[in-house]
Design a protein around this ligand. Structure first.
Ligand code: SAH
Length: 433
């Protein structure tokens, strides 16, 4: 979004460019044809997204210069870790000490963290995850925009408010023109560099139609495009990649096939995993994860979920709480607790401290206004804002009263920028080299 810093190309080697941000060097993949050393660009998620004119880049950089170093200082201060000199449980201290040195933890140690309840212990654990986030990812934070293009769905997932069993929901399907307009608003008016297009599994769009929309967005409003249309088939994924999509957001929801099959009648976990594996092979960046709080789910299941996300080469982990929807078979089940989800984010950071970005999901923000801050201070470094037109947003009702459901994009951006600034986070999400 507008919270983005242009970088200067220092070196080009085949399709990899080295980009300079106030002296820090980062790498990104380039698919633009006309790019030279000395040009300014915006990059996101490891990809060069667009070129920026020198005059525009230099004026933005002048505004950022002082802020950039100030943010680094704030982040460094907030992520300091002191494991000595406190009364925490000895076993916890041993585990956190090991984690803080990036030593691999055993399953029993990870389970110990996932099952931790004591508030003082949790605080120390979250601080350790935040320390690891800073150590490997510095203060970078990425912000994606999501456009929910249709709430039609042919699946009957038992927890989901837009699944086919919800007969009371008003359905919508955005036209190509509406999708392009939303992309234009997000990219041109608000400066988003990365967009997720999401829908239910909607047979109302063919893969060719979706590919055509993606191609036009890429041509007219350059952004990194993630797709999240469910199981559209391997050929469908290929078509969308060819059209310019570079990311797939698809949760496997639960790594336990028994739970998966119980909550997704008529569906197989294997089929979901094949999509994720094939997409990775095609070159897609993967965002995946699961739902926390499914009936019968144990800490062991959740730990397996985190390992599965890593095994699937997740560029970004997306773990969020289950929230009951009144018009679903799961209406009477309890929501997952905020703390339980933050623990998952923190364990994910401990398991994969160097590679993955970790998302604070809208569902978590729905459970608590403070959740985004808490998550970002417990290992997370990524957010998603809703840029679906307001007229449609309330109908993408996967669970009720979603955070940002009726907030204008400008309002969400303002709140996000103020949160990120207070935490010392900067918008370059590329890895430092
Ligand atoms: N059709 C796409 C998008 C599904 S909706 C796909 O299959 O991937 C996006 C996500 O919403 C799902 O992956 C699911 O994890 C989440 N979701 C659905 N119902 C929910 C609920 N009641 N509480 C929390 N998250 C929910």
């Amino acid at each position: 979004m507008c919270y983005a810093i242009p970088g200067k190309i220092e070196k080009i080697e085949k399709n990899t460019v080295t980009v300079d941000y106030f002296g820090e060097k980062r790498k990104a993949l380039n698919e633009l044809t006309e790019i030279n050393v000395g040009d300014y660009i915006y990059a996101q998620g490891g990809f060069v997204v667009s070129k920026v004119s020198s005059s525009e880049a230099e004026s933005i950089l002048a505004l950022w210069k002082e802020t950039f170093f100030h943010l680094q200082e704030v982040d460094l201060r907030l992520s300091r870790l002191n494991l000595g000199d406190n009364n925490a449980d000895k076993r916890l201290l041993e585990i956190l000490d090991k984690a803080s040195q990036s030593k691999e933890l055993g399953r029993d140690e990870l389970l110990y963290l996932l099952e931790l309840k004591d508030p003082a212990g949790l605080e120390l654990f979250f601080k350790t995850a935040n320390f690891l986030r800073q150590k490997y990812h510095k203060n970078s934070c990425c912000v994606h925009g999501i456009i929910e293009i249709s709430n039609y769905c042919l699946r009957a997932c038992r927890y989901c408010g837009i699944s086919s069993h919800n007969k009371e929901l008003q359905r919508y399907r955005m036209t190509k023109k509406e999708i392009l307009e939303s992309a234009q608003v997000a990219v041109q008016d608000y400066g988003f560099k990365s967009l997720v297009l999401q829908s239910g599994e909607d047979p109302g769009y063919s893969a060719d139609e979706l590919a055509d929309i993606i191609k036009e967005i890429k041509e007219r409003f350059p952004a990194l495009i993630f797709v999240s249309f469910g199981e559209i088939g391997i050929e469908g994924l290929q078509k969308l990649y060819k059209a310019g999509a570079r990311g797939l957001l698809m949760r496997f929801e639960s790594s336990n096939p028994r739970i998966y099959e119980e909550v997704h009648p008529g569906q197989k976990l294997e089929s979901r995993l094949i999509h994720l594996q094939q997409a990775y092979k095609m070159g897609y960046m993967i965002i995946t994860g699961g739902l926390i709080g499914m009936p019968g789910q144990t800490s062991r299941d959740i730990l397996n979920d985190i390992f599965l996300a890593k095994e699937l080469h997740a560029e970004m982990f997306s773990f969020g709480p289950f929230i009951p929807h009144p018009n679903t078979p799961f209406a009477v089940l309890p929501s997952a607790q905020v703390e339980e989800v933050i623990k998952v984010l923190a364990v994910a950071r401990v398991i994969d401290n160097a590679q993955a970005k970790i998302l604070v999901t809208t569902a978590l923000e729905t459970l608590s206004r403070e959740a985004a801050k808490k998550g970002l201070l417990a290992g997370a470094n990524s957010l998603m804002l809703n840029v679906t037109p307001l007229a449609y947003r309330k109908f993408y009702s996967i669970y009720p009263n979603r955070a940002h459901q009726s907030e204008d994009i400008a309002v969400q951006i303002e709140a996000t920028i103020s949160l990120l600034r207070s935490l010392g986070r900067a918008p370059t999400d590329l890895e430092t080299i």
